[in-house]
Design a binder for this molecule. Structure first.
Ligand SMILES: *Cc1c(COP(=O)(O)O)cnc(C)c1O
Length: 370
């Protein structure tokens, strides 16, 4: 029996044999099963505490009547809405089952085991996983003040580099790059390298020196920008995101995209959510207040944190971070330990509703003996 199992494991491709799967935030139901508690809040995956636009939910209910049919495999209506919003051509849009799907497509379309992929230390966990899956070489550059060091990233590019991943803002650190910094970088990157700017938290950024890279698409044919409906749009459970790129790159991604990768309900919800700007404004306002609430409490308690422009905050504890994580779980509060991002002692909390934040702060305070 043991031998059989071993022989199956040996079937794995070189990339997959050393792969560690993505570790997601603990689901509420899992904590219920494991600890037998019912009153639980989850501040672990940067979801929107307000949920999705009520208009999107209504549209989902109406759309249920069509569930016997396959979705529109080309997602025409959603692409039309996105093209209008971003001023791009339909051919420049790739829809994904979450934006992670789009990140996977670009890897599968262009990266071979002979290639290199460049990204920063303390950046999104999916970049090393996808690179490893392709059997390619990950080139991880040291961080600067927890964020991307673009001059080191530029120096890391070689003739073998296929992709550079940049999360702006970055997760889990909440750091960000100015428009000027990013443009100078793009001006220097060789044209054979696809630069993916992952804007999963774009909606939350209010800094004036920040700018979305979407407007620069006409200037840089090797630029790709990804966005998601999982964060500010509150639709993480439906799985929908997208990439914007030049039409030729989108064509390559479309060749590896599984048919019907975005389901009917997700397509409709995203299309309607996109038009509900009021709900996004409300979500951003709640986040601004919640961020202030948590930062002020951390300041009072002398808890060190990395200033964040996203809807999450990474902070440092003097106890082992796993103990703090476990202690909070027992109190029904799920956050995320991020020691595995080469950030020992750090945890990340998602900004929740005012009550959720208060409950998290109160439980943390008890654990830390405040
Ligand atoms: C959450 C997140 C994503 C995407 O998630 P999807 O749900 O797959 O759209 C992408 N990049 C970063 C940096 C994220 O934090």
């Amino acid at each position: 029996m043991q031998n059989d199992v071993q022989s199956f494991l040996e079937l794995a491709t070189p990339g997959v044999s050393k792969l560690h799967p993505y570790q997601a935030g603990k689901p509420i139901d899992e904590l219920k099963r494991e600890y037998g508690i019912n009153d639980i809040i989850k501040l672990a995956s940067n979801e929107n505490p307000l949920g999705p636009s009520p208009k999107a939910l209504d549209a989902v209910k109406r759309e249920m009547s069509t569930l016997a049919l396959y979705p529109d495999g080309n997602g025409f209506d959603l692409k039309q809405a996105l093209a209008q919003k971003h001023g791009v051509n339909l051919k420049q849009i790739t829809l994904g089952n979450g934006s992670s799907d789009a990140l996977d497509f670009i890897i599968r379309a262009i990266v071979t085991p002979a290639d290199e992929v460049v990204f920063s230390r303390h950046s999104f966990a999916l970049y090393p996983i996808l690179t490893q899956m392709a059997g390619a070489q990950a080139v991880v550059t040291p961080a600067k003040d927890w964020g991307h060091d673009l001059s080191l990233m530029l120096k890391a590019i070689t003739a073998k580099t296929k992709i550079v991943f940049i999360a702006n803002p970055n997760n889990p650190t909440g750091t960000w790059l100015t428009a000027t910094e990013l443009q100078s970088f793009l001006n220097e990157v060789p044209k054979h390298v696809v630069v993916v700017i992952d804007e999963a938290y774009h909606e939350y950024v209010e800094e004036t020196a920040y700018q979305s890279a979407v407007e620069w698409l006409p200037r840089y044919p090797n630029l790709m920008v990804t966005r998601t409906f999982s964060k500010a749009y509150g639709l993480a459970g439906l799985r929908v995101g997208y990439a914007l790129s030049n039409a030729a790159v989108a064509d390559l991604m479309n060749r590896v995209r599984p048919p019907f990768n975005v389901n009917t309900l997700a397509l409709k919800a995203a299309e309607v959510a996109l038009r509900d700007e009021q709900h996004i404004s409300k979500s951003i306002e709640l986040n601004r207040e919640g961020m202030k609430q948590i930062c002020q409490a951390f300041d009072r308690q002398g808890i060190e944190y990395i200033p964040s422009v996203g809807n999450f905050l990474s902070f440092k504890v003097s106890l082992p971070e796993k103990d703090v994580y476990e202690g909070l779980l027992k109190a029904g509060v799920i956050i995320r330990p991020i020691g595995n991002y080469e950030m020992p002692g750090f945890l990340r909390v998602t900004i929740g509703s005012q009550q959720e934040n208060a409950r998290f702060l109160n439980s943390l305070n008890k654990l830390l003996g405040g």
